[in-house]
Design a protein around this ligand. Structure first.
Ligand SMILES: NC(=O)C1=CN([C@@H]2O[C@H](COP(=O)(O)OP(=O)(O)OC[C@H]3O[C@@H](n4cnc5c(N)ncnc54)[C@H](O)[C@@H]3O)[C@@H](O)[C@H]2O)C=CC1
Ligand SMILES: CC(=O)[C@H](N)C(=O)O
Ligand SMILES: [Zn+2]
Ligand SMILES: [Zn+2]
Length: 350
């Protein structure tokens, strides 16, 4: 194995990132070293790349970026007995403390001391990477690396879609970015019908259709509430899944949800949102879920089984594949421009 490797690093507190040569790291106690077989870009990586306000408050350059991954374990650190050399793993990115009030109630997804790799420490946009053994998830050997790396964001989508009954339920999804597209795949694999998607980008509406959306609507040209009422004979949808983080989409979705229906909110809003709570939520007796991270480890079992079932239509979502990191700037800029679904790197060129 080489002693040096290329890595996409946030080198400076400014826009962008650099492809640099760094030492291949050694696994410390409780850690494993993986050969990265596939790694994908998350919206959070874009925020770090763009150096937005959140990134400025959280990231401490220089740091290797990236957290969605699939790889083969090539070395285990001292004290690791759950993972072995040769295991094919993905990783939960939230490193939880196991000791706080939330953890002691098995609510690891809201651990108050969560650290995230690729955010609070070096990440996986490299040929080799360190993963804490407690965060490793073993994959079946025949799972394609480009699917295995998507399990972490798929976990967000699974928790959003499956927070309540979905089979046979009319469903509105607002936002068909990478996460909304994964949400469509999960909703369709789980038997939702009809799945209506509201998304302003034509490119992403087309992707939504390829993934399996039954209807798509452009909320900037047509009223999505009327659209939903027409499709559902005036009833509104049973399930509203918010994946856009757009305040207007939230309001429209709540209006389009049938009284007594279920709402799951994953999208993060850029500012405080003002809503007519009485008429949009309380008098409609809506069941509202906030969604964050993934349930450990229940969500990972569901995600892995869904992929293995062959029922998740992931191929149209993976719009860009890169061998090596040489074109990483193109990948980031395309994603920033909304011209991608999921972007996957295969770091090893050979
Ligand atoms: N709660 C959590 O744990 C997590 C939340 N997120 C959030 O999930 C959301 C989705 O993530 P990505 O797909 O990566 O984001 P994205 O920004 O790529 O996708 C959002 C999509 O919403 C669309 N959109 C904008 N205005 C709209 C409107 N009025 N109606 C309908 N669609 C509209 C955009 O065109 C875009 O395609 C983001 O807000 C992100 O911050 C991401 C990861 C974890
Ligand atoms: C911070 C992240 O981007 C991560 N995917 C998460 O689920 O929290
Ligand atoms: Zn992420
Ligand atoms: Zn905790």
């Amino acid at each position: 194995m080489a002693e040096k490797m290329p890595a996409i690093m946030k080198t400076k507190p400014a826009y962008g990132a650099e492809l640099v040569e760094v030492e291949v790291p050694k696994p410390g106690p409780g850690e494993v070293l993986i050969k990265v077989l596939a790694t994908s870009i998350c919206g959070t990586d874009l925020h770090i790349y763009e150096w937005n306000e959140w990134a400025q408050s959280r990231i401490k350059p220089p740091q290797i970026m990236g957290h969605e991954v699939a790889g083969e374990v090539i070395e285990v650190g001292p004290g690791v007995d759950t993972i072995q050399e040769g295991d094919y793993i993905s990783a939960e990115t939230h490193i939880v403390c196991g000791k706080c009030y939330a953890c002691r109630h098995n609510r690891y997804h809201v651990c108050q001391n969560t650290k995230i790799f690729g955010v609070d420490m070096d990440g996986v946009f490299a040929e080799y990477a360190i993963v804490p053994a407690q965060n490793a998830w073993k994959n079946p050997k025949d799972m394609k690396p480009e699917y295995a790396t998507l399990q972490e964001p798929l976990g967000n989508a699974v928790d959003t879609v499956l927070a309540g009954p979905i089979a046979g339920r009319s469903t509105l999804i607002t936002g068909a970015g990478p996460l909304g597209l994964l949400g469509i795949a999960v909703a369709k694999a789980s038997g939702a019908y009809p799945v209506i998607v509201s998304e302003p980008s034509e490119f992403r509406r087309e992707l939504a259709k390829k993934v399996g959306a039954d209807y798509v609507v452009n909320p900037f040209e047509e009223d999505p509430v009327k659209f939903v009422m027409d499709v559902t004979d005036g009833a509104g949808v049973e399930v509203f899944l918010e994946f856009s983080g757009a305040p207007k989409a939230l309001e429209q979705g709540l209006k389009a949800t049938t009284p007594g229906g279920r709402v799951s909110l994953l999208g993060l809003f850029p500012r405080d949102v003002t809503l007519d709570m009485n008429n949009l939520i309380i008098f409609k007796a809506l069941e509202v879920h906030g969604i964050t991270g993934r349930h450990l480890w229940e969500t990972w079992y569901t995600v892995s089984s869904l992929i293995q079932s062959g029922k998740l239509n992931l191929d149209p979502i993976i719009t860009h594949k890169y061998r090596g990191f040489d074109d990483f700037e193109e990948a980031f800029e395309l994603m920033r421009a909304g011209k991608t679904g999921k972007v996957v790197f295969f770091p090893h060129k050979g």
